[in-house]
Design a protein around this ligand. Structure first.
Ligand code: DX5
Ligand code: ZN
Length: 218
């Protein structure tokens, strides 16, 4: 089994002091930094883009796990690669040429991820599974932090885990992850847990280490 990774999402950070918010989760034990990019078109919200991500690249050496909720994604892949992304995840629903997008990410020397919205079946990626380094199962409808975990996501994680089999691929879950459901999520096969509001809620840096630990130990 692959190592468990906790990936706090900076979407729920206090943007007025973003660098310090990133430092605080690194000191609190974060494994990956989850970077949620939203375009107000693929999802009904706008977050931030590559320049903001670049501004925090100097704060830590941790893996930047970049979740692109944008369509089209291809025109921006090189920009995110240059701006410090380590893993670049595109949505299977974001365009008709998923295979091309995954190849383009790998050609930039980055790890290629594919994300599935709650209504998209795991079978949508069965023919590109060898072109992926990470599969991201959305357990909420993308666009906002702080939503409740969709229970059906557990069955979907099990299907995705079966598709991945023995391949060297991370299985990530994103949306509504808490210390209360982390155990069931890992039992269903996920090894990368994104956590936005369950780490950053209230934006009290003193709380982050305890919250990350609670999810990890669950
Ligand atoms: C949702 C984003 C998530 C979000 C998770 O569109 O992709 O990464 O920030 O936030 P929580 O953990 O609060 O559901
Ligand atoms: Zn995300």
């Amino acid at each position: 089994t692959r190592p468990l990774r906790i990936a706090p999402s900076i979407l729920s950070a206090d943007f007025s002091r973003l660098g310090d918010e990133v430092k605080a989760i690194v000191e609190g034990g974060a494994d990956y930094i989850h970077v949620d990019v939203m375009d107000g078109h693929f999802v009904p919200n706008i977050s931030f883009g590559a320049p903001v991500m670049k501004s925090i690249r100097g704060v830590t050496d941790k893996v930047f796990d970049v979740h692109l909720m944008i369509a089209p994604a291809d025109p921006y892949l090189a920009d995110f690669a240059r701006s410090g992304a380590d893993i670049i995840t595109v949505h299977a629903e974001a365009g008709p040429h998923l295979h091309r997008s995954l190849q383009a990410i790998r050609a930039l020397g980055k790890k290629a991820g594919v994300a599935l919205n709650p209504a998209t079946p795991v079978s949508a990626i069965q023919h590109v599974i060898d072109d992926c380094d990470l599969v991201l199962i959305m357990s909420v409808n993308p666009g906002f932090g702080g939503q409740g975990f969709i229970p059906e996501s557990l069955a979907k994680l099990r299907q995705a885990r079966a598709l991945i089999g023995g391949r060297d691929i991370d299985l990530e879950v994103d949306g509504g992850v808490t210390a209360d459901n982390a155990r069931a999520i890992v039992d269903a096969g996920a090894n990368v847990l994104v956590a936005g509001s369950s780490v950053y809620g209230g934006n009290d840096p003193k709380a982050y280490a305890g919250r990350i630990k609670a999810i990890r130990e669950a």
